[in-house]
Design a protein. Sequence first.
Length: 279
Amino acid sequence: MTTNQSSAIEVFHRLHESGCFVLPNPWDRGTARYLAHVGFKALATTSAGFAFARGLPDSVTAMEVDEVLDHVRDICESTSLPVNADFQNGYADEPEHVAANVTRCIECGVAGLSIEDATGTPESPLYEDPLAVERVKAARQAIDNSKLPVVLTARCEAFLVGHPSAHRVAMDRLLAFADAGADCLYAPGVRKLDEIQAIVQAVAPKPVNVLVGSPGLTVAQLADIGVRRVSVGSALSRAAWGAFMRSAQEINDAGTFNAFADAGGFADLNQVFAQFVGK
């Protein structure tokens, strides 16, 4: 543990106590530092954003856990802000292996981490109920054993995997995950305000994270129904990819460079990053 990690954990817990805050998702040192420059209070990694930057799909089988941990450490070392690790399924199936990897993730300097119940396999996309709960319990125990009270977020992926009864499954699982020791609950993919509010009320007083990856919902709307934390997942990286893709296509197809009109200013970026030389 470093002094910075201990302080970041304290700040992260306080952010979850009241109000509503946005937890944006950088995918490298530059984006992490720029988000801190903008004024956000905490950050979270994005498995998809990191995978796309490596030319890989967002899959737990696409990268080894060591590569993911190196990335998490790099983001933590790039900023003094609290960092939550998008740790997917813990890069393991069995609870004891989840616990071991959670311990390693904590050692990277995180202030929090999330564990999800998606297996990564289309044949059986969600872990069975008992195993899903035991995996959260194992993560909780690993955190308690570390003596570093990082924020444990438990995710139910029912909406993202297209479960036909996604809302019911998410409600049941998030309640079980709360009982298993999760500090924050998260069902990415839920977009209807009434369904979000039902989740918030069901797991109260524990905080809820909501994913916003496309236009529609606002921070004010989510705050009004009691959402504590809003993350954007891969959306910032996909916004950057969108600009890149459109620019590249225009150059290749038309031989013009009009898309560069919306490019970030060279001098502006240089000025922001100049302070980090030698760090």
